[in-house]
Design a protein around this ligand. Structure first.
Ligand code: UGA
Length: 436
């Protein structure tokens, strides 16, 4: 199959590289000249385990190429995927579809012969209809179908998720398009990945519903964690006790500082807006988004409490800045709210993250001291806070940490340590939802 991937961001690059790895001929298109030339040199703009290997090997095999020219490759393509960004629109939170529609107009001008246009970006219900309308208006002669094929991969586990998906959702009523999509995903059929053929609008909504539900699960367990702290219960045991019920499932029940990232915050807001616009407001998702927002800042107050009620004049070491481990992504990371709250309280911040330091510098308040490793970070600190559960923070030499700190206070917002283990070393230890 000849595939064009429009947009070489997170989803586009991972999907393009994985399709090439399935044996398809893939051209990744991006407007950014600098990104395209870097990719041609084998330099990957994002940190994602396994991605650079798969990009390089498929590029070397001639199956994967990069260009800024959209028209040429689209003219010969069986399928053109739109994988451009859909950020939150300033002001109302609705998904900004300007990149999707700009790509659509360019694609419309270039298609030749039967072409399947696939929205892979997370797009609100009805976007596929508008994509179809635009192409039809610009090219009444064109032979094409518009399919919704949302992507469910997670950052940090993107390749694995793409190659071993829980399901593939293909939204179209066009039989020919379904056959093309079946050919594209054929290697995954062999892995027994369930393919869900649905209408286009259903596929679009499925993506938002899935992300909003996961965000709800996390927010629910975070509230239960707060209650656990008040009543002396252990949220990890509660989550396990709940999760062993197959109807609930154990995943996404890890209490923490609130969800962040490029998807849940943006997608919950977009779903809220869509639901309001259709006169069926989603009170649950509205509450989830509001509770999660408050929680991130509340984590700053947790650190203040662990420091005896004030951080004024104190130095706090922040371990982990990205919204989750194994990524360099700082978008909507809880660390931003935590650091800001602590600085507002008069603290001096030292910070370290294994991959996200450059991105963090662009979004954290000025005045943060960036350190080379965890031990340099905790040196002279009055408290250390684990905000992101990178593996290296799971296995810290606690004696060394304690010796380097002014006061041995550890706030573990990801519950990576056992309280007894840390307290036995002489630390004041606070975690999330594990008893008093
Ligand atoms: C999420 C979804 O998991 C993917 O299925 C989806 O494709 C993707 O959004 C998207 O729409 O593109 P991602 O944002 O990469 O993936 O990361 P997650 O692993 O879902 O984590 C999101 C946030 O929730 C992180 O801040 C994480 O720390 C937090 N989280 C996750 C918890 O606090 N507790 C949990 O139990 C799980």
């Amino acid at each position: 199959m000849k595939i064009v991937m429009v947009g070489s961001g997170y989803v586009g690059l991972v999907s393009g590289a994985c399709f090439a790895d399935f044996g398809h001929e893939v051209v990744c298109v991006d407007k950014l000249e600098s990104k395209v030339s870097a990719l041609k040199r084998g330099e990957i703009p994002i940190f994602e385990p396994g991605l650079s290997e798969i990009v390089r090997s498929n590029a070397a095999a001639g199956r994967l190429s990069f260009t800024t020219d959209l028209a040429g490759p689209v003219a010969g393509a069986d399928a053109v995927f739109i994988a451009v960004g859909t950020p939150s629109r300033r002001g109302d939170g609705f998904a900004d579809l300007s990149y999707v529609y700009a790509a659509t107009r360019e694609i419309a001008g270039a298609i030749r012969g039967y072409t399947v246009i696939v929205t892979k970006s997370t797009v609100p219900v009805g976007t596929g209809d508008e994509v179809e309308r635009i192409i039809r208006e610009l090219r009444p002669d064109a032979d094409f179908a518009v399919v919704s094929n949302p992507e469910f991969l997670r950052e940090g586990a993107a390749i694995e998720d793409f190659k071993r998906p829980d399901r593939i959702v293909v939204g179209t009523d066009d039989e020919r398009a379904r056959a093309v999509m079946a050919d594209i995903y054929r290697p995954l059929y062999l892995n027994n990945a369930p393919i869900l053929n649905t209408g286009r609008r259903t596929a679009e909504l499925t993506k938002y519903a899935a992300n909003a539900f996961l965000a709800t699960k996390i927010t629910f367990i975070n509230e239960i964690a707060d209650l656990c702290e008040q009543v002396g219960a252990n949220v990890q045991d509660v989550a396990r006790g709940m999760g062993l019920d197959n109807r609930i499932g154990g995943k996404f029940l890890h209490a923490g500082p609130g969800y962040g990232g490029s998807c849940f915050p943006k997608d919950t807001l977009a779903l809220i807006k869509t639901a309001q616009d259709h006169g069926t407001p989603s009170r649950i998702v509205e509450t989830v988004a509001a509770v999660n927002e408050q929680r991130k800042r509340a984590m700053g107050r947790k650190v203040v409490a662990a420091c005896g009620g004030s951080v004024r004049g104190k130095t706090i070491a922040v371990l982990g800045l990205t919204f989750k481990p194994n990524t360099d992504d700082m978008r909507d990371a809880p660390s931003i709210a935590v650091v800001t709250a602590l600085m507002d309280g008069g603290a001096t911040i030292r910070a370290y993250d294994p991959e996200g330091m450059e991105q963090a510098k662009a979004v954290l308040p000025a005045g943060v001291t960036y350190c080379r490793d965890a031990y340099e970070c905790v040196a002279g600190a009055d408290a250390a806070v684990i905000v992101t559960e990178w593996n290296i923070f799971r296995a810290l030499d606690l004696d060394r940490v304690k010796a380097a700190m002014v006061a041995p206070v550890l706030v573990d917002l990801r519950n990576v340590y056992r309280a007894e283990q840390v307290r036995a070393k002489g630390f004041t230890y606070a975690d999330v939802g594990r008893g008093l």
